[in-house]
Design a protein around this ligand. Sequence first.
Ligand code: CP
Ligand code: NVA
Length: 303
Amino acid sequence: MTKPRHFLTLEDLSAKELEEVIQRAIDLKAQHKAGTTDEPFKNQVLGMIFEKSSTRTRVSFEAGMAQLGGSAIFLSSRDTQLGRGEPIEDSARVLSRMVDIVMIRTFEHSIVERFAEYSRVPVMNALTDDYHPCQLLADIQTFVEHRGSPKGKTVAWVGDGNNMCHSYINAAKLCDFKLQIACPEGFDPAPQLIAENSDRVTVTRIPEEAVKNADWVATDVWASMGQEDEKKKRLAAFAGYEVNHKLMSHAKKDAIFMHCLPAHRGEEVSAELLEDENISVVWDEAENRLHAQKALMLFLMGK
Ligand code: CP
Ligand code: NVA
């Protein structure tokens, strides 16, 4: 049996494939708005495994599958055998004989890798502790729609060196942009990722330095899912890292702001900036999850 294509990090796509997926996402969005979408996924089923909460990811995958004529099954670890200790390898072999494509949101990245190894069908990472590649598809689509190709641009990441930051590092390589990261000491992205991309990725402790001349500024929550106990400590460590109009004044004049959401106003982003539609494109970014993932699923399923 030929091995299916998986999407566990952005690096599972070549630069050219990524560009094609983004263009397809833009086309699918236009078709959706024109009411001309057809049903390439008729009779096909997406399995959606969630071990963490979600609004956007769940709804965008489920709605996306429905729009293309297929259906989706929501599988929470709270009420499947996964939550009672059935091995991931067994779950992968069983589920992948029943559904046509799977998405997983979980904790350790090795869980999606193990699932993919035993799966007969494509597996998509819908967020792990280490990466959130589906969000980057939407973010790249949003930049392309607002400002054109990200190639050669300067992007700033301000905040935690977390799963989103790691996927931004992958995106820097694939889309050929410069990434200026600002994070407090102790919250750096994985050193190996930095080392592998040292030609285009820099890390500073000074948010103004990271944002300087940026075309695109992004941030995310300071305490990710699973880090709830660290919230107090993190609030203190990230003081001075709020992305607001003052910080944005160091970026290019036409710079745009992104946040994968949910947002925490007054923490990683000011309410005024988040609501400033001249700069903040967060609602387009959220909407694009729908179209970017439809394009991804079509690609992985060879349609
Ligand atoms: N951005 C994102 O993945 O949102 P959800 O956690 O709501 O899915
Ligand atoms: N870094 C955040 C992203 C949420 C979409 C988390 O992992 O909780």
